[in-house]
Design a protein around this ligand. Structure first.
Ligand SMILES: *[C@@H]1O[C@H](CO)[C@@H](O)[C@H](O)[C@H]1NC(C)=O
Ligand SMILES: *[C@@H]1O[C@H](CO)[C@@H](O)[C@H](O)[C@H]1NC(C)=O
Ligand SMILES: *[C@@H]1O[C@H](CO)[C@@H](O)[C@H](O)[C@H]1NC(C)=O
Ligand SMILES: *[C@@H]1O[C@H](CO)[C@@H](O)[C@H](O)[C@H]1NC(C)=O
Length: 447
């Protein structure tokens, strides 16, 4: 470990840049069939000519980074020590992401995000219409708060290198992320640093926000801990990456962006089945299980329009069908369709932005163009993941349908993650990823 990087690691997020650094060789850990790369957000960024940090904790060094272009020229993203620094482990077909790494030695890292690579310079692009996607997951150690996620984002295949010549790092170094939240904590967008208006976060010692953000279509297949789970398509009206600034980034109103930040979610607990998902319940989260997600199209072809996203599980060799909607007044169903999304938004009184940002059709178009597979484990400094596993909005009456999403304590003040004893061993493991024709990836022992 280089002395210059210690502080940055302690402060959670190592920063990124756009030149390719060579001080620590970049060597991607291997899944059985492919490789993954760490998002540039977590990497050490240093002067392209020496070890000086370009970004430390949650602030930029303004002498190296006086403006977006100079910063991209002057700074390099470096290789990562995946297991030692970030708690990212691969073994055969399994990927484990630890929530907290090095909690006590002054080099603490919280969370990570990695992408599946097709080769060392390109992300794997998934086109899953009329296909199903299979993985095993172990969330047993994830308590209230952290979220182990598997999702797809409409990132560029090379991380944006071809589009922006100032980005010399590319997919190899995990560049080009963005999502439907139009998050402003991205350090580089389109090969330029997000230094204009950068403000350090008041809560998160490793993050800040600049004046720019980027928005992409996002398809959340799995957002979960051992308490709650949900899957959520999030459409955006743009195709590919959209760099924004000001209100268009949702600075004053999170609904003012080109995306639907809420999406159309299916969380069994929120949808009225409180005994389906959890420790010792129908789907027992104290043990590993299989998640199968099926993307049906209207004409059962790969060129058709997405019509339905179905979910099923396999545990102990038995297929477990998704929970049924059990909300008085709403019709019974167990999957995401346009009808379900419209009814759910209206019935819960949620902001009805799913349709105006493209709805299922918009998500379908993004899937047809191809999306990158993202794995992450993270916390949520803004609202403590209440939208996943507790009551949300926090000021809403919990007896109102749709407000309770899980059994975690509502409205507690978010402690520093390292101070929560259950977090110290928290991790998520994804394994046996496969995809193929609908019905081809799983079987039931009991048939
Ligand atoms: C910022 O960068 C300048 C120029 O490389 C360097 O002299 C200075 O030490 C850096 N400051 C910090 C706090 O790293
Ligand atoms: C970077 O790429 C984006 C997307 O292709 C493009 O709109 C933008 O003009 C490029 N920026 C620069 C500085 O080349
Ligand atoms: C950043 O955005 C704020 C709010 O819109 C604006 O007042 C400020 O001038 C911007 N900063 C820069 C350097 O563009
Ligand atoms: C598509 O497949 C489903 C399930 O196998 C079937 O019920 C449906 O009739 C098919 N639709 C078309 C348009 O062929």
């Amino acid at each position: 470990m280089f002395p210059g990087v210690l502080l940055a690691l302690y402060l959670t997020a190592v920063s990124l840049g756009q030149q390719a650094g060579t001080i620590l060789p970049e060597s991607h850990p291997t899944l059985t069939w492919q490789k993954v790369t760490l998002d540039s957000h977590w990497r050490w960024i240093h002067s392209a000519s020496d070890y000086t940090n370009c970004y430390t904790g949650n602030t930029w060094n303004v002498s190296i980074c006086p403006d977006p272009q100079a910063c991209a020229t002057n700074c390099a993203l470096d290789g990562a020590d995946y297991s030692g620094t970030y708690g990212i482990l691969t073994s055969g077909g399994a990927l484990t992401l630890k929530f907290i790494t090095n909690p006590t030695n002054g080099q603490t890292n919280i969370g990570s995000r990695v992408y599946l690579l097709a080769d060392d310079a390109h992300y794997e692009m998934f086109k899953l219409l009329n296909r199903e996607f299979f993985f095993d997951v172990d969330v047993s150690s994830l308590p209230c708060g952290p979220n182990g996620a598997l999702y797809f984002s409409e990132m560029e295949v090379d991380g944006g290198m071809a589009a922006n010549l100032s980005n010399r790092a590319g997919a190899k170094y995990g560049t080009g992320y963005c999502d439907s939240q139009c998050t402003r904590d991205l350090k580089f967008i389109n090969g330029e640093a997000n230094v204009l208006g950068w403000t350090a976060s008041a809560h998160d010692p490793g993050a800040g926000a600049g004046n720019w953000s980027a928005c992409y279509n996002e398809l959340d297949v799995w957002e979960a801990n051992s308490i709650s789970t949900t899957y959520i398509p999030h459409p955006c009206t743009n195709t590919g990456l959209h760099r924004c600034s000001g209100t268009e980034c949702g600075t004053e109103d999170r609904y003012s962006t080109v995306c639907d930040p809420d999406g159309c979610d299916f969380n069994p607990f929120r949808m009225g089945d409180k005994t389906f998902y959890g420790n010792g319940l129908t789907l027992d989260t104290s043990r590993k299980f299989t998640v199968v997600t099926q993307f049906f199209t209207s004409d059962n072809s790969t060129s058709g329009l997405l019509s339905e996203i179905r979910r099923l599980y396999v545990q102990d060799g038995k297929v477990i069908t998704n929970s049924q909607v059990n909300v008085p007044g709403m019709s019974t169903s167990d999957s995401i369709t346009s009808e379900y999304c419209t009814a759910q938004k209206a019935f819960f009184g949620d902001v009805g932005q799913f349709g105006s940002r493209g709805g299922i059709t918009g998500v379908s178009a993004a899937m047809a163009r191809g999306m990158v597979l993202v794995f992450s484990v993270r916390n949520d400094y803004t609202n403590n993941m209440f939208w996943l596993d507790s009551n949300y909005p926090t000021d809403a009456d919990p007896s109102k349908p749709g407000v309770t999403r899980g059994t975690c304590a509502p409205n507690v003040v978010m402690p520093y993650p390292v101070d929560v004893p259950e977090n110290v061993n928290a991790h998520v493991t994804f394994s046996n990823i496969k995809f193929g024709e609908i019905g081809s990836t799983y079987y039931s022992d009991s048939t």
